[in-house]
Design a protein around this ligand. Sequence first.
Ligand code: FE2
Ligand code: FE2
Length: 435
Amino acid sequence: MALKKQNPVNQDVEDSIDYLNLLVTSGLALGEVADSDELLNMMAETAMNMGNCEGCTVYEADEGLLRFRLTRNRVLESRGVKAPLKNYTVPIDLKTAAGFVATSKKPLNIPDVYNLPPESPFSFNPSFDVMTNYRSRSMLVIPMCDSRGNVLGVLQLINHLVGENFSGDVTPFPQRVEAYLKALSSQCGVVMRNIRMAEELKKSRIETVKKFVKASEYHDTDTGGHIERMSRYSVLLYRELGFDDSSCEVMRLASMLHDVGKISTPDAVLKKPGRLTPEEFEIMKLHTVKGYEVLRGADSPFLDMGATIAYTHHEKWDGSGYPRKLKGEDIPPEGRVVALADVFDALCSRRVYKESWPIDKVFEELRNCSGSHFDPQIVEIFFDNLDEILEIKAQFPASDPPTTAVPSPAAKVEAQTETTAAPASEVQAEIKKAS
Ligand SMILES: [Fe+2]
Ligand SMILES: [Fe+2]
């Protein structure tokens, strides 16, 4: 919405109403933004409408620098010129208008950047104008601060136009425009602070999960990028099953937790250099229950989903899995998805107790197990998205297992019961022999 100037007598009043409308509208919309890109785009668009100007640049403050985030310029856009400002940074000091504003935390309203007063501590760099055959003239620079007064960025508007709908001569920015843009910038600063806090929280949550998984992997033999790949396979299958982006984000972390219950499996069982007795195999199976007990009950969507996955990733579609012998759709979709992702990656990977299977044999195995071990719909989704699956596989190549490791029949039992009926029967035979 561009500001309209219809009646010179009531112009100020009408402008004020327009500005307030823009502020209220943007205030409501800002409550919905999901990330800083969306916020800054909205800020730039609203600021250009309020400022009735040709261009806008938004910088984000980042460790002593102002980092260029986006620029808009209607004149250059109409000529098809792209702003060459990617990766551009400005030090937060007094030598540039943006740096000056970030340092002083006060707006600058400059009538003509080519005629700065001699006492001005900053200068104007005309290289961008020269490069794009553009003429900057009036400039309004506003700090974006949070409620505590910390500078989070700088908003810089170029060339205020006196006519309506982005037309007419370039003139200095009026004082009232400056006042409303300060209000807009404050709104955006508060939202930006909240977004940054949410992003930091998300980052630390991911790190916490990864550390937790790593701690449980010290205890396990089946690593080598398995967690990263199977988490991505799981997200892909889950997405194609119809779950939305935020559920898939939860799945990304939750699937990594599928085997954390192994942290409670005694080394004597997990790393036993010999055959497992039936009793030991029963202990091994308990990693599903233990994982569930560790993760459940937290007020967190990804720990909640992690608990479900830990509990159900060894259940089988035909009801022959463990620990509860759930059948078909009684198994939650999260468990069904991870079951396939987990086994696919296990078969493709070399372990201390087995070579990786040839990919054709793995595909044949998955097809054979459709309707017995795996949900047939998920097997179908897997093969419908094979290109993306193989891209993930290539993107995170498996590292070889440690050559000094002792082959672990315990792990073998675990892997074999994860796959087919045939190996499972071999396992049973092995168990019988051992006992
Ligand atoms: Fe498992
Ligand atoms: Fe696994």
